[in-house]
Design a protein. Sequence first.
Length: 179
Amino acid sequence: MPGSTRSSSGTDRHLWATILAGGVGSRFWPASTPARPKQLLPLGSDAPLIADTVDRARALTDDARIRVLARADLVDAMRSVLPPLPSPTWMTEPAPRGTGPALAWAAARLHREDPDAVLVSLHADHVIRPVDRFVDLVRSAADLARREGVLVTLGVEPDRPETGYGYIQPGGSLGGDAW
């Protein structure tokens, strides 16, 4: 159909999943080390966290629109625990500057490839359950971002103060559970 954003597989052809996999997992030491960071560990399932994250990305979009952003020294280790992904799936960080700069760099590169892209940022070191509920929420968030032209952030309500993480201050209601 003219103007459709759906691909032949039924996924949104402008929905891109960027998996942030460059961290060293320092808060998870000693189980996680720079050579074997948290995303390469099997936590929550028999598969490494990076593999579970790629599975979540595949539930959202086609393989051709999945990008894994990682440190150059980790790409081979991650490839060894994942099924083959098409090129140019792997994006190596130009410098380790943290989550914000890495995501901004990836977003700028993807915008050049697809100016209509809606970018979903997935962290390779998260355990997320139930996956089907998460996928539904991300799809709704992507639809909202496209429709309203807004940045959408998903989060959980904190159960304790934690200086190592950021907090989300909701703005005005966009209807339903969206703020």
